[in-house]
Every structure is written in C-alpha cells, then in structure tokens.
Design a protein around this ligand. Structure first.
Ligand code: GDP
Length: 300
C-alpha cells in the first residue's frame, strides 16, 4: 500500500531493531522491556507514550503468561492502533450541503501550501468543487506557489497582493466561493510564529471574518506538522492546540523520516486526530490517515 511505501524509512530501521531484539530474547524480562523502550523512543514515539505502551504490554505479558517475544508483535501493533483510534474520527468534516471552510495553520516550511494543493486535487477527484485562498500573504513566494498548484490541479485561487491582510483575502474567497457554489474552500495562512500573542491575534481576526459569514465555520482547522522534525513537531502541536483550536493534524514528509513514531506520540499526548499524511512531494502523495494501515505498515 501507499502507507507501506511512504513509511519504508521508519519501517526499515524499526523492524530491523525489533527483529534483532526478538531473535535475541530468550526470556521476556526487565532488560527486554528496557531495550524495547529504547527502540520505540528512537523511532520518536515519545517518552510518555512509550511508557504507557510498555506498561500495557507488561500487563498483557503477565496476564496471558506470554513467554515467546514473537507473540508481542501483534499485541504491540494492536495497542498502537488503539492509541491512534481513541474514539476520534480521522475523517475530514466535509458538509454534505453548503460551503465547507478548512483552515490550514502551521509554521513555515512544514508543507502547508503543498498539502493544500494535494488536498485540492484529491477532493476534486472525488467530485467536489474546490477553491483555494492564498491567505499566506507573508512568506515570499507563497501566493505564487499556490497559484502554480491551482493551475496544476485545475482549481481557482483567490489572492491579494503580497503583504496584504490575510483576513481580507479569506473574506473575498468566501464571497467568491458562495457565488460560485463551491463545496470546499481551502485557506492557507501565514506561518510566522514570533510569539503566541501574534499568532493568536492574526488567527482570531481570520476566525471572526469566517464566522461572520458562516457561523459554524471553519469546519476544520488543520495543523500541518513536518514529521521529520520529530519532538519539535510535538512542541508546535502543543502551542497551536492552545492558540488555534486545532481540530485535526496533517503529518507531512513521513516518507523522509525514520521517525514516523511521532504520529503516535502526537495523537496520544494531545488527543488530536491525525487526518491526513503526506508521503511525498507529488500530487497524489496525500493519504487519509488510517490507524490500522499505519500500524501494520510499521511492523510488516
Ligand atoms: P509551507 O511553508 O508550510 O507552505 O511549506 P511548502 O508547502 O512550501 O513545503 C516545503 C517543502 O516541503 C517543499 O519543498 C515541499 O515539496 C516539501 N513537502 C511538502 N510535503 C511533503 C511530503 O509529504 N513529502 C516530502 N518528501 N516533501 C514534502
């Protein structure tokens, strides 16, 4: 599957270490758990999450009297699936009627613009009418980059000049989307992050403008995170969760990292569902997140 391909770096390093540990293990003891802990932390699963996983695993070993380390693989896979599901939906909230507004937030360079382009392509393929709003008026080249994606995937882009007010761009985009009976409006925002106050002010203004037009919007606030930045991504997620009312996560560049475990850490520690993952730079390299496929792609 696409997941398997995209996660190959994570899997190669992780599976090799796991197999090695399992082969060497004669007895499931303290030393075994410590080594497993190290392997998981090395894959960026995150200390808190690893400790929770190991604690559960210990209990399973005890109650089921497991002696063969080989049996632990499917158990660990299932635990990870459970952690990733945790009651929340991984599906995008797209209205069956009327305009759906999706706001993208995240710091520069994480892959926000690229993700919007890829998602526009994906939704269009599914038969929806899509529009993009060039709300990142701050980063040099962001508007042009979104326009290139617009041409590539055949989707309209609403833009103003560089440096203009992002809230005004998004206001115009909503008007245009309504008049053209667009189904989904994808809004880019600036990724500047001098401090939390700035970020909140800018986003608050955008929220006000959107809500004035459509009270129940934005229907999704997707935080885009670069998986290759590991624990840094976790820190960003904490900051944005407080400031921006994030409803879902997009993890990009999973193809470029051996530390795909960060997906599990972020989900488990922040309780924000992962909705999409980026597995490459091309148009079709965006996947809806699937916990079962993800966990299984890690192990086999
Ligand atoms: P922004 O500043 O957040 O809008 O980031 P961009 O969309 O400009 O992306 C930054 C770089 O990351 C670009 O070179 C993208 O092609 C690349 N990129 C984005 N998503 C992915 C992904 O899933 N995999 C890989 N390998 N590269 C990606």
């Amino acid at each position: 599957s696409k997941f398997k391909e995209g996660l190959s770096k994570t899997r190669d390093s992780f599976v090799e270490k796991m197999e090695d540990l399992i082969v060497r293990t004669k007895k499931i003891d303290e030393e075994f758990f410590e080594e497993l802990e190290e392997i998981l932390i090395g894959a960026d699963v995150g200390v808190h999450t690893v400790l929770d996983l190991i604690e559960q695993l210990r209990k399973e070993v005890k109650t089921r009297k497991i002696e063969d380390a080989n049996q632990l693989k499917p158990i660990l896979t299932q635990q990870i699936v459970n952690f990733l599901k945790d009651g929340q939906s991984n599906e995008l909230n797209i209205q069956s009627e009327g305009l759906t507004v999706i706001l993208f937030v995240g710091v520069n360079g994480v892959g926000k613009t690229t993700t919007i382009g890829k998602l526009a392509h994906k939704l269009k393929k599914e038969g929806l009418k899509v529009m993009m709003a060039a709300g990142d008026t701050f980063r040099a080249g962001a508007i042009e980059q979104l326009e290139v994606w617009g041409e590539r995937v055949g989707v309209d882009v609403v833009k103003h000049q560089a440096g203009s007010d992002p809230a005004a761009v998004i206001f115009d985009a909503i008007q245009s989307a309504k008049s053209k009976q667009v189904d989904v409006l994808l809004c880019d925002t600036a990724g500047r992050l001098h401090n939390k106050v700035n970020l909140m002010q800018e986003l608050n203004k955008i929220f006000r403008v959107i809500k004035k037009e459509i009270p129940e919007a934005p229907h999704e606030v997707l935080l885009v995170l670069d998986a290759t930045t590991g624990q840094n991504a976790l820190q960003q997620a904490k900051l944005f969760k407080e400031s921006a009312g994030v409803s879902g996560l997009v993890l990009t560049k999973l193809d470029g990292t051996a530390k795909g475990g960060i997906v599990i850490a972020i989900h488990h520690e922040l309780q924000i569902p992962v909705k999409l993952v980026g597995l490459g730079e091309k148009m079709d390299d965006l996947q809806e997140f699937d916990a079962d496929q993800f966990a299984n792609a890690l192990f086999a």
